[in-house]
Structure formats: C-alpha cells, structure tokens
Write a protein that binds this ligand. Structure first.
Ligand SMILES: [Zn+2]
Length: 235
C-alpha cells in the first residue's frame, strides 16, 4: 500500500496517481532503455522490477520474450535429443529459429497470466501489462544463454550437441560439464529473478511470493512434461 500525502487514501503499491484525488504518488519513467534496464535487473533487481512495473511504456518486452524463447527452445531440443527426430543439425537450428521467438512470447505471456491468476487467489491484485514486462525482463539470463553460451555449445559439440549416440558428454566430458553448469546456473538465475519480480509485483511476504512462484513454475513444468510424454508416445 502507498498512502497519498494529500488525502491520505490507501493506494495500490504500484499506483502512480491517487485513486481518490489524482495526486502524484511516485514518479515513473516514460520509456525503458534496453541496456540500462537490463543492467539494473542484474545489479538491483528489486528496484529494476519496480521501475519496469510502473513505467508508462513497456519497451522491448516482445523482443526479450522472443530472444529468451530461442534459448529455451534449443534447451528443450537438447533435452529431448532432437537429433533422433531431425535429418541434420542444420534442420534443428532452422526449426529452433522458426519456432523459438513465437514460442517465447506465448510461453512468457502464459506464465504472466498464471502469475496474475494465482496472485489473485492469494488476494493480490497485479496488472497483466506490468506482470508480462517483469516476466520478460526476468528472462534476461535466457537471452545471455542464447547469445553467449549456446553458440559456444554449438561450436564445441557441433552435430553431437542434440545427439545421444554418441552424447556430447562422451565427446568432451569436461567441456560438457562446465557448459551444463553454466547453462543451469543462468536458468536458475532466471527463476530467482522471477521470484523477486513476483514479490515486487504483489508486495507480498517471501512466503506468499514463494507460494505463487512455485505453483506457477510447477504448472508450466507439468504442461512441458505432459506435452513431451504425449509427443514421445505419439512416435
Ligand atoms: Zn489522494
């Protein structure tokens, strides 16, 4: 809650103007600059997510979702050892670049709807637009994976990256473990940023933020797992 200094009305903690008298409660930025906002998400995530949630224009949200989608899709291709289903590595790369961006936007939009819905069950009112923006900026670690880690993985393992015959681990065990730890750390960082984002959006206690966060992630993981099982059975 944020209390209006003019009329003392209680307002939502992310409100910019008072619901009663229209007085200004907090200043907000008009537009989000991609690089400085991304840097603030790394440096001071609580402040950054607050700025993002109340910014007038949520710039770069679709771009970040699309880039994160690419990295997530290629990680899924690796997890299901996509080489079993594709003619060549080039086909896997083309499929990823075609499907990834839209997949990222749909996935992060769906995750935002989940968070808004589950937060409401817990009694927190969060806006869809602000939630989607926070979720997209929280996925910056996936953008790093896509830009820096994935190219190294492709260059290191070549056609064996998506294969289990032989697996990339068999080809270069040490490189595989190092890259897997890096990849996993960045993915984990995304999940932690998401938790911070939910706490900022809801102004909730850690316990309730963790509850909303874990239920949302469990539902997404359940859908992924179910879909993969269906795809594997279908073959
Ligand atoms: Zn007021």
């Amino acid at each position: 809650m944020i209390v209006c200094s003019i009329c003392h009305t209680n307002n939502h903690h992310l409100a910019v103007t008072c619901s009663s008298c229209g007085g200004y409660l907090q200043t907000r930025v008009d537009t989000l600059d991609l690089f400085s906002t991304a840097w603030r998400v790394i440096e001071r995530p609580f402040k950054a997510f607050h700025t993002i949630a109340i910014a007038r224009h949520k710039n770069y949200v679709l771009l970040l979702s699309a880039l994160a989608g690419l990295a997530i899709v290629f990680t899924l291709f690796w997890a299901i050892t996509a080489a079993r289903y594709a003619e060549s590595t080039l086909n896997i790369l083309i499929a990823g670049f075609v499907v990834g961006p839209l997949f990222g936007i749909v996935l992060l939009l769906f995750l935002s709807i989940l968070i808004v819905t589950i937060a409401r069950v817990f009694g927190f009112h969060t806006r869809m637009k602000g939630t989607f923006a926070v979720v997209a900026y929280a996925s910056i670690p996936w953008v790093f994976i896509g830009l820096f880690i994935f190219p190294v993985e492709v260059l290191t393992f070549g056609t064996y990256l998506f294969s289990n015959n032989p697996s990339p681990y068999t080809i270069k065990p040490l490189s595989f473990i190092v890259l897997l730890i890096l990849h996993g750390t960045f993915a984990l960082w995304n999940l932690l940023l998401l938790l911070v984002g939910i706490r900022v959006l809801c102004d909730a206690s850690w316990q309730k933020a963790i509850a909303i966060w874990s239920i949302s992630i469990a539902i997404i993981c359940g859908i992924f797992y179910g879909t993969l099982q269906l795809l594997l059975v279908a073959r």
